[in-house]
Design a protein around this ligand. Structure first.
Ligand SMILES: C[S@@+](CC[C@H](N)C(=O)[O-])C[C@H]1O[C@@H](n2cnc3c(N)ncnc32)[C@H](O)[C@@H]1O
Length: 351
C-alpha cells in the first residue's frame, strides 16, 4: 500500500501500477516533452508515444470517475497526446495555452515559442458540462419522487411561481428542469424544502442529497480562482468578477532562478489547478513531480498528494522545498470522507 503525502523515487509506470483503481481526485502530469531539454527528455518519436500511451492508461485507471486530469505538453507532441486521448473514455474540458512570459529568443526563421499547452480532461463520458451520463442517481431520485407525488410540471410551476423572484430564478420553467433529462439542474435549498412542505414527498435531507450530487459531478471551484474583473475587458458578465479564460499568464522566472531543476512549473499556476479541480482533503497525484511543485501546492492548500520522480536528486530538491513550506499541516484527520467509486485514505494510506 502506498503512503500519501510522500514523494517516491521510482519510475512513473511502476509507481502508478501500485496505486488503487479510481482512488485519485486530480492528476497533474508534466511528463518529459521529448524535446531534448535533458537526458531524460530524449526518445525516438514512436517510442515516446508508445510510452505516453502506457502512462495514460495507468492514470486513467487510478483516477476516480469524474476526477480531473491535466496533461502538460509542448507544441511538438501535445497534438499526438490528444490523439491518444481521443481513444479513451474521457471528456476534454479545456485546452489551456500557458504564456510563460519568456524573453524573446533570437529566432528569425520561426515564430517565437512563448507557450506551453495543458489538456484538461474529466474521466468518464459526460454528455454536457453538468451531467455525467453514467451516474445520475440524484436526478433519478427527484424524478421518482415527482412521479409518486402525481403533480404535473404545470402544477409544480403554478405552486411555486411566487418563489421564483425570492430565490432569484428568472426562468419560470426552472422547476421542470429538476425532473427533466435535458438541462437538468440541482434544486436550490429554498425550493427543495418548499416542495417537501407542499407535497409531503422529497423527504431526503437536502444537505445529504447535495453531498451525493457533488460527488457525482466533477470538481470545478472556479470561484476560488477568479480575480477582479479587468476594467478594460468590455465583455458583459453577470457579476463583477472576471471569467477565467483558457489563456494563462504565469511567469516562471522566480522558480527558474531559485530551483535547481531545468523545468519547474510556476507554483501559482499549479495552485490554481489544485484549487479549481480539487477540494480540501482530496488526493492529488503527480507522477513526474520534478522539483515538487504539485506537492508544495497541495501542502499549502490542504490537499493530500502522492508523487514520484525517477531522479534521486530531484526528489531530494522536492523534499527540501516541502520542508520549507510548512504552511498547512496535513494529517489523516483533515481528510474528507471517502468518495463513492472506491476512493479512500485511512491513516495516511490509500485504501
Ligand atoms: C517536466 S519535468 C516535471 C517538472 C515539475 N512539474 C516541476 O514543477 O518541477 C519531468 C520530470 O519527469 C522525470 N522523469 C522522466 N522520466 C521519468 C520516468 N520514467 N519516471 C518518473 N519520472 C520521470 C524527470 O526527472 C523530470 O523531473
Amino acid at each position: 500500500m502506498m503512503e500519501v503525502n510522500k514523494i517516491y523515487c521510482m519510475d512513473a509506470i511502476e509507481f502508478l501500477k501500485k496505486i488503487e483503481n479510481n482512488s485519485v481526485d486530480l492528476i497533474i502530469v508534466d511528463p518529459p516533452y521529448n524535446i531534448s531539454i535533458d537526458t531524460w527528455d530524449k526518445f525516438e518519436s514512436k517510442e515516446y508515444l508508445k510510452w505516453c500511451n502506457e502512462w495514460i492508461d495507468e492514470i486513467l485507471r487510478v483516477t476516480r470517475v469524474n476526477g480531473s486530469i491535466y496533461i502538460f505538453g509542448d507544441f511538438r507532441f501535445v497534438g499526438d497526446i490528444k490523439v491518444l486521448m481521443n481513444e479513451k473514455k474521457v471528456f476534454l474540458n479545456s485546452w489551456i495555452v500557458w504564456d510563460k512570459g519568456t524573453k524573446a529568443q533570437n529566432s528569425t526563421r520561426s515564430f517565437i515559442n512563448v507557450t506551453e499547452h495543458i489538456l484538461f480532461y474529466i474521466k468518464g463520458v459526460i454528455k454536457d458540462l453538468n451531467i455525467p451520463t453514467e451516474i445520475n442517481s440524484v436526478r433519478d431520485y427527484l424524478r421518482e419522487e415527482k412521479n409518486k407525488s402525481e403533480y404535473t410540471n404545470k402544477q409544480f410551476n403554478f405552486m411555486f411561481s411566487e418563489l421564483y423572484n425570492k430565490v432569484g430564478c428568472r426562468d419560470r420553467s426552472v422547476i421542470e428542469h429538476y425532473f427533466s433529462e435535458m438541462q437538468w439542474v440541482f434544486p436550490s435549498k429554498e425550493i427543495y424544502e418548499k416542495i417537501l412542505q407542499k407535497t409531503g414527498y422529497f423527504k431526503r435531507d437536502y444537505f445529504n442529497l447535495k453531498k451525493e450530487y457533488k460527488s457525482l459531478i466533477y470538481t470545478f471551484n472556479i470561484d476560488d480562482i477568479r480575480t477582479k474583473r479587468n476594467p478594460k475587458d468590455k465583455r458583459v458578465f453577470r457579476n463583477d468578477r472576471q471569467l477565467v479564460p483558457n489563456v494563462w499568464y504565469f511567469n516562471v522566472k522566480d522558480e527558474m532562478a531559485k530551483i535547481n531543476h531545468p523545468t519547474p512549473k510556476p507554483l501559482e499556476m499549479i495552485k490554481n489547478i489544485v484549487k479549481v479541480s480539487s477540494d480540501e482533503g482530496d488526493l492529488v497525484l503527480d507522477c513526474f513531480i520534478g522539483s515538487g511543485t504539485t506537492a508544495i501546492a497541495c501542502k499549502q492548500l490542504g490537499r493530500n498528494f502522492i508523487g514520484c520522480d525517477n531522479n534521486k536528486e530531484y526528489v531530494e530538491i522536492a523534499n527540501k522545498r516541502l520542508i520549507q513550506n510548512t504552511l498547512t499541516k496535513l494529517n489523516s484527520e483533515n481528510i474528507s470522507p471517502p468518495k463513492p467509486k472506491g476512493m479512500g485514505i485511512r491513516n495516511g494510506r490509500i485504501i
